[in-house]
Design a protein around this ligand. Structure first.
Ligand SMILES: [Zn+2]
Length: 352
């Protein structure tokens, strides 16, 4: 961890939630752990994967039907306005929500927290509790994205995606780390552990926020040293860039792809865990750590607010949900049933 942060050497205060992958910088002899034939096979595989051309889809007339390829590619001025409203709604919700996440620029200004800090401990327990669920949600989301982006049709590409999903299952441990502060990270040579700064653990106060960040890290592990998901990250970045005008290349594409899996995992988690809390509130928690005042970008990351923008642009249905009237409890299917209550109500203990 210390090693990775030092290598950044950009002289700036680190503002991003996740630093990793530095051992895979193209300037470093990173494949020394692997045999040459393995490298070659990966290179061949990488060249085989094809995407459906997004430009082809964009030239098609827009049809009705939310699931048509044309509708997926179409992004109207109304959609753009919706995305902006959703950003506002997300960050306003953060302020109102007692479980709202601390923005990462605010985390940065805080003093380091010992591992024994009660909030950091609570965060670590939350992360450990949610890790098994999040592993499954990430594997599902990656397969879903591969299908959505037409990367699941060729057998080779399908194998790569399935192998990536399998790597996620091997992650076992959350390691609270004082020096990581407001970052979480994974080292790809030790892909069973997620290092989690104690400030970050304490700053994510909701299950939804935690699932989103855990899923981000797990997606880096899924791509792994082989960069298996690079074609997918590129396809996602191309679509986001076309819709937002942002420059999203290189490592930025991977970070955005990991964030997209993060919000998809959080959305699926919300579906699986009914609650009386309104959907917009729960959904906002997947994005809130990016509700910064100091909206700085760097070479490897979009700025935090542009990250939210790109994510909503990629999945406009999430933006719709965020600005919907959640007062009707849209996130619940039904409350958890208090099974024990009838027993208590009918029990009679009077013996005299
Ligand atoms: Zn990351």
């Amino acid at each position: 961890m210390k090693e990775t942060t030092q290598r950044r050497g950009d002289g700036e205060t680190q503002s991003k939630a996740c630093f990793l992958r530095l051992s895979l910088s193209p300037r470093l002899p990173v494949f020394s752990l692997s045999g040459p034939s393995f490298i070659l096979s990966i290179a061949v595989l990488a060249s085989v994967v094809h995407f459906a051309s997004s430009s082809r889809a964009q030239t098609q007339p827009r049809r009705s039907g939310a699931h048509s390829a044309a509708a997926r590619e179409g992004f109207t001025p109304a959609d753009r306005a919706l995305v902006e409203r959703a950003i506002g709604a997300t960050c306003a919700e953060r302020v109102r929500d007692p479980l709202g996440s601390v923005p990462i620029d605010e985390m940065q200004t805080r003093p380091s927290l010992p591992v024994s800090n009660p909030d950091a401990l609570a965060g670590a327990r939350r992360a450990e509790r949610l890790l098994p669920t999040t592993r499954k949600l990430v594997a599902n989301a990656i397969v879903q994205l591969a299908k959505d982006y037409d990367l699941y049709t060729a057998a080779l590409a399908r194998n790569r995606v399935n192998a990536a999903a399998a790597r996620v299952e091997a992650v076992r441990r959350i390691k609270p780390d004082v020096d990581s502060r407001d970052n979480a990270s994974v080292l790809l040579h030790d892909p069973r552990v997620i290092a989690f700064g104690t400030i970050f653990l304490a700053g994510l106060r909701s299950d939804e926020g935690m699932v989103s960040v855990l899923a981000h890290e797990l997606t880096h592990i899924a791509s792994g040293q082989a960069d298996s998901l690079r074609p997918l990250f590129r396809a996602i970045a191309r679509r986001a860039a076309a819709r937002t005008g942002l420059r999203i290349q290189g490592q930025r594409a991977e970070e955005l792809g990991c964030d997209l899996v993060g919000v998809m995992a959080a959305r699926a988690f919300i579906k699986q865990t009914p609650s009386w809390e309104p959907l917009p509130r729960r959904l906002a928690r997947a994005f809130e750590h990016n509700c910064v005042d100091d909206d700085a970008s760097d070479e490897d990351h979009l700025s935090p607010r542009n990250t939210i923008r790109a994510l909503f642009a990629l999945d406009v249905s999430l933006a719709s949900e965020e600005v919907s009237d959640g007062g009707a409890g849209a996130s619940w299917i039904g409350p958890r049933l208090p099974f024990t209550r009838p027993t208590l109500l009918t029990a009679s203990t009077r013996s005299s």
